[in-house]
Design a protein around this ligand. Structure first.
Ligand code: SF4
Ligand code: SF4
Length: 430
């Protein structure tokens, strides 16, 4: 069944101006704690021991049970500990703690010439370089290309629809040539009829910049998309550019979608051999003194990142990895940056006076997945799994829109998210 796509008419205040035009600052932490986390795969092979010397780009672990996902050191120095620490998922997860020597000596990892390499060689290279979705998802990118066939469009997602986040825009602006190299290799790997770089209409300067850089490129063009939320969501973006809907994967309608920063990381790995060891992170929100984009080694603590941005503006803060709509909230800043993180959003905590549901229907009207949050909530209270299934609770993308529009200040998204978890767990036990 394909999903009904909701009305998509909400423009959010982006607050992008807080960081969009500022300088990017690089961080040089004295220590990193690199999480060994790959969702359901909890059994990585750890390739280093305490006391080992490592360089930037040394492979320190690898997940292989479901997908191949190598993990690399982000600094040069000595492995100090391999221990359980709190992770962004709020679970205890094994981390490799490395004391940096401050020299950032690089491992000599292989490079590749995409023009000479075969498609299979490029897919293997992408897998071994640990290229994952850098827009927040963290899905290993090689999987999309390994099985790609009959591809109409390769879509490079630089929409960045969440408020506050500008790290993709900055990456496009500062690293265009490496991004384009990554895109061309991706193009070779999936052989699409055309390649589209999608940017929101509200960023004409960036669109002009990309168009000028693409001048003379065949089959690669920049397209502008409406400034509504959640336009950067894969399903919405694919619909916007193809007018086709799919059930599970964009491949069903001939599309491969990758984030702009992912393309840059791939291009960089091809030319320098360096896997994803550091990344651009937008640190913004009214809870941080000096919002800015920072270049951060993977494994740097959130605390250190916020300190590099002048610290918190007060005592009581909400810290999200990602943006305020879809991002996850952490209870402490003693957790580490991962390679798929694109932002750290810090907001002042606000007292919320929730009142009873007005039955206004606004949450249903604005849901991009066409769901009915009030009915989902009722079915969840009755523990009616069959009804939750019929209401397609599994299709909630946790976009935060239903809470955002609710005049009663009800945590609608949280209720739907809980119902979705309960439904998925009940189904998994069957
Ligand atoms: S979070 Fe709310 S608005 Fe977003 S998909 Fe889920 S139910 Fe719909
Ligand atoms: S938006 Fe809020 S008040 Fe309106 S129907 Fe949904 S939950 Fe009720």
């Amino acid at each position: 069944m394909s999903l009904f796509k909701g009305p998509m008419r909400t423009h959010l205040n982006g607050h992008k101006d807080l960081t969009e035009h500022g300088e990017v600052v690089s961080l040089n932490p004295s220590k990193v704690s690199i999480p060994l986390f790959a969702g359901a795969d909890t059994n990585p092979e750890i390739l280093v021991n305490v006391g080992d010397e490592v360089k930037v780009g040394t492979k320190i672990a690898q997940f292989s049970s479901r997908f191949v996902i190598p993990v690399f050191s982000s600094v040069s120095g000595k492995v100090e500990a391999i221990e359980d620490q709190l992770h962004q998922s709020l679970k205890k997860v094994k981390h490799v703690v490395i004391a940096s020597d401050g020299k950032f000596t690089k491992e000599s990892n292989p490079t590749i010439d995409y023009e000479k390499a075969s498609k299979e060689e490029l897919v293997d290279f992408m897998m071994n370089a640990g290229i994952i979705g850098c827009g927040g998802a963290g899905f290993p990118s090689y999987v999309k290309y390994k099985f790609a066939k009959d591809v109409e469009k390769l879509i490079i997602n630089a929409v960045e629809c969440e408020p506050y986040i500008t790290s993709d825009y900055k990456t496009v602006e500062l690293h265009f040539d490496e991004m384009l190299l990554g895109i061309k290799a991706m193009q070779k790997m999936c052989e699409p009829k055309e390649v589209l770089i999608a940017i929101k209409k509200s960023h004409p300067e960036l669109i002009q910049f990309v168009n000028e850089k693409l001048n003379g490129e065949k089959d690669i063009r920049c397209v502008s998309v409406p400034d509504v939320y959640p336009m950067g969501w894969e399903r919405t973006l694919v619909y916007e550019l193809t007018k086709k809907r799919y059930d599970k994967l964009p491949a069903e309608v001939g599309c491969v979608v990758n984030n702009a920063t992912t393309a840059y990381m791939f291009g960089k790995a091809m030319t320098t051999g360096e896997p994803i060891v550091s990344r651009m992170l937008t640190v913004s929100g009214d809870g941080v003194k000096e919002p800015k984009n920072v270049e951060v080694p993977v494994g740097t603590s959130f605390h250190e990142v916020v300190e590099a941005c002048g610290g918190y503006t007060g005592e009581d803060m909400v810290v999200c990895f990602g943006g305020p709509m879809m991002g996850g909230t952490v209870t402490t800043d003693a957790v580490s940056v991962e390679r798929q993180n694109n932002a750290l959003t810090v907001l002042k905590k606000q007292a919320i006076d929730e009142v009873a549901c007005l039955r206004c229907g606004s949450c249903s009207d604005h849901c991009p997945s066409g769901l009915q949050p009030v009915r989902i909530n009722q079915a969840a209270k009755l523990k009616d799994n069959e009804r939750l299934g019929k209401l397609r609770v599994d299709k909630c993308i946790e976009c935060g829109m239903c809470t955002y529009v609710c005049p009663s200040k009800i945590a609608v998204t949280e209720n739907v998210r809980r119902a979705k978890r309960a439904y998925m767990m009940a189904n998994a036990k069957k």
